[in-house]
Design a protein around this ligand. Structure first.
Ligand SMILES: C[S@@+](CC[C@H](N)C(=O)[O-])C[C@H]1O[C@@H](n2cnc3c(N)ncnc32)[C@H](O)[C@@H]1O
Length: 574
């Protein structure tokens, strides 16, 4: 019986990051084996909609108060579909609570099959898969697992002939989906080479590399495609003939995806000069800096990257001689995280309806941080989009509780703009990227407009990196900046417009969740300036009014508050 209670515990525990499988294997106090629990949940997830229908129509939840909707679904799955039936002694009260209704359950199951015009259980299974695909639209299969090849340790060709040797190359993201999930229990592995970001591949979402040597040795890094945009936009398609000149800064770097991507791009350029580039990589959070250092080490980037642990980027002195050669800066500050898709790959089951007296309990704060607002019943989720990219144990963004607070967005955007303006003040900087995983105008195009209008940008001659100047893969990317945000009909949310030219909006790069690209919401823009402006003497910033100083102090305090919140949240990775 413990199998079913263990499965319920896994499915209702707050997200602690990591893949579904790794959560089961690392969970404590389970009595059933992880393999049994995994098999039960994944099998029940294939049948959930029809099982919920059967349980509802049989009305057993109103009669059996010991059964929660989720427990009933798992038990009824085994009762109807497992050869051995429910894995519990025949006299166990919970087993009896289901078997008492076996005639009704069997009859409803047959009716569900007949309703769908299926002659056999196998046909019913195929019909349910089709139903699920239709209900989910494209999103059911479109979210792949993105894998970046780390050029410090390996090459794409090497990985294609080792880690991905058994994978068949397909020519579209959609083709990653198995044509027929019934054809075999383990569909043929497929791989898609991304056409925008060099050395990035996509594989079906369920692929698990955590046990592979390539993953353990840092040869491959699991990083979403959109998260690869900033480093690529900054360093581009340069090669040995045209390597990047100067040092780099990653000002908001933990857990280190973009830092290690920059290091990988530099490694590919094979700069033969003795005086090689360095990357100064920092994070204001001392705790997350540890993860950053670990990731840099795993990626083999220690010799290129200098981690400044616990360093507030805003407190960095751009005039410090050690940053004299800094020409490029990547800024990916904390944001609302509103573009993050529910990255949890724990199956979200469609559940039978709880009887009226089993009123839904509210879930913990951490659960609410998922992008979707799930309905709850007895602390169980009822329906959500299945599988999306894996979460990592490191948090980075600033979603308080999924509620969009306009004041908070305004504060965030002020801090974001300050961070980028600080980057623009590095004396020899010529290239800067700014990115967020937010969908909100105020944090994206709104920040860009503020930066362009800022004193430092105007005095030092900064402008946007136009689309036609961007690296080829980004030039070809069609999702660009937007001028307006307004909530969908019947919804409440931020709204506004931004005063940017068409050319400026074309320079901004976006991605959105729910389309065929397999990404979440993301934004990035590049700023450049004529190298002739570098080294120019810049007039000192005008003295601030006391009131202004106070305001900035307030925002600084808020930073600390954000960090505390972040620290307590086991959130998302890229
Ligand atoms: C979106 S995450 C960065 C993700 C990272 N770029 C990556 O790709 O792995 C934002 C990070 O910025 C850090 N941060 C926020 N404000 C900062 C500041 N003023 N100075 C340095 N780090 C800051 C946060 O601690 C958080 O780890």
């Amino acid at each position: 019986m413990s199998l079913y209670f263990d499965a319920v515990a896994i499915l209702t525990a707050p997200s602690s990051g990591g893949s579904f499988k790794s959560r089961i294997y690392s969970a404590r106090n389970l009595r059933a084996t992880p393999a049994q629990i995994y098999a039960l949940i994944t099998e029940a997830a294939k049948w959930d909609s029809v099982l919920a229908e059967v349980i509802d129509k049989a009305g057993i939840l109103a009669l059996e108060r010991k059964l929660s909707p989720l427990l009933a679904l798992l038990l009824v799955h085994d009762h109807l579909l497992s050869k051995k039936g429910i894995a519990a002694p025949a006299a166990h009260p919970i087993r009896q609570a289901v078997e008492r209704h076996k005639v009704r359950l069997r009859a409803e199951f047959t009716k569900a099959r007949v309703r769908r015009g299926c002659a056999s259980v196998e046909q019913l299974k195929a019909a349910i898969i089709r139903e699920k695909r239709e209900a989910d639209g494209t999103s059911h299969f479109v979210y792949p697992r993105w894998v970046r090849i780390n050029n410090i340790r390996t090459t794409l060709d090497e990985q294609l002939s080792t880690t991905f040797k058994s994978y068949r190359r397909v020519d579209s993201l959609a083709a990653l989906a198995p044509e027929d999930e019934l054809e075999s229990r383990k569909p043929e592995p497929r791989l898609y080479i991304d056409p925008n970001i060099p050395d990035l591949v996509a594989v079906p979402f369920g692929a698990d590399f955590t046990a592979s040597s390539a993953y353990k040795n840092g040869e491959i890094i699991l990083q979403d495609k959109a998260s690869c945009f900033p480093a690529y936009l900054l360093l581009g398609d340069r090669g040995p003939k045209d390597p990047w000149q100067g040092d780099l800064v990653d000002g908001c770097a933990a857990p280190g995806n973009k830092t290690t991507h920059m290091a990988s791009l530099l490694a590919k350029q094979k700069n033969k000069k003795k005086d090689k580039q360095r990357i100064f990589s920092m994070d204001a959070s001392a705790m997350r800096s540890k993860t950053l250092q670990k990731m840099v080490g795993l990626a083999g980037a220690d010799s290129i990257v200098t981690v400044l642990p616990g360093q507030d980027f805003l407190a960095l002195d751009p005039e410090d001689p050690q940053f004299e050669k800094v020409t490029g800066l990547l800024l990916d500050p904390s944001c609302s995280g509103s573009g993050i898709i529910g990255r949890d790959d724990v199956p979200q089951l469609t559940l039978p309806a709880a009887p009226a007296s089993k009123a839904p309990k509210s879930q913990g704060k951490k659960r609410k941080r998922q992008a979707d607002d799930h309905e709850e019943a007895d602390g169980e989720q009822s329906k959500a989009t299945p599988g999306a990219p894996q979460a990592s144990p490191t948090d980075e963004n600033d979603i308080p509780d999924g509620i969009i607070d306009p004041e908070r967005l305004t504060k965030l955007s002020s801090i974001q703009a300050r961070i980028v303006e600080h980057a623009l003040s590095f004396p020899n900087a010529t290239h800067v990227t700014y990115s967020t995983c937010s969908i909100h105008l105020i944090e994206n195009e709104g920040v860009v407009a503020r930066i362009l209008a800022s004193e430092v940008a105007q005095e030092r001659g900064w402008r946007l990196l136009r689309r036609d100047e961007q690296p080829e893969g980004m030039r070809r990317w069609s999702k660009r900046g937007v001028r307006e945000e307004k909530p969908k009909e019947g919804e409440i949310g931020p709204s506004g417009t931004v005063d940017l030219s068409d050319e400026a909006l074309e320079a901004c790069i976006r991605s959105w969740q729910g389309d065929a690209e397999g990404l979440g919401g993301f934004f990035v823009a590049g700023f450049i300036r004529d190298p002739d402006h570098a080294m120019q003497a810049v007039p000192a910033a005008p003295k601030k009014e006391p009131q202004e100083q106070e305001q900035e102090q307030d925002q600084g305090d808020d930073d600390d508050e954000d960090e505390n919140e972040d620290d307590e949240w086991g959130g998302f990775s890229d």
